[in-house]
Design a protein around this ligand. Structure first.
Ligand SMILES: [Zn+2]
Length: 145
């Protein structure tokens, strides 16, 4: 048994009733359904919908939420990696006693691995040379020039 309409505001407004059924009692929800709901549900039972599902609809929403496009995920990842690298270099400078004073506070960027000993500094430098093969070549050419 499913009542499709209810009266609210002291009987002055007739509106559609939410058709959701309680999983505990089996009774029908007593709230008015949202006018925008395709399935005649209140906002607590999914009447607001859950967003676009088709590829075109999702692309339309993504285009609407695009603010300027100056920043990309790749650019943000590069900046984050550079911040982590900078924090590691700061660690290395303090370990090698090239710098004194207070350290940079706060959360470190993603990908940061703490550098705590001279061995860590050596390992970091070896990884740096191995990861950027062309960079070491230019550094050698700068030394010879
Ligand atoms: Zn409901």
């Amino acid at each position: 048994m499913c009542f499709s309409s209810i009266r609210t505001a002291g009987g002055r407004i007739v509106c559609l009733r939410c058709t959701a059924l309680s999983s505990r009692t089996g009774l029908q929800c007593g709230r008015p359904a949202l006018k925008s709901s395709r399935t005649q549900k209140c906002q607590f039972h999914g009447g607001r919908g859950s967003g676009p599902k088709t590829v075109e609809g999702r692309a339309k929403i993504a285009q609407a939420h695009l603010i300027h496009g100056n920043d990309t995920k790749v650019a943000r990842a590069e900046r984050s990696a550079a911040s982590a690298r900078l924090a590691q270099l700061e660690d290395a400078m303090h370990i090698l006693q090239m710098a004194q004073g207070p350290r940079t506070r706060g959360r470190k960027a993603a990908g940061y691995v703490s550098v705590r000993s001279v061995e860590d500094v050596k390992r970091m430098m070896v990884e740096d040379v191995l990861s950027s093969g062309s960079g070491s070549v230019t550094a050698d050419s700068n030394h010879s020039a």
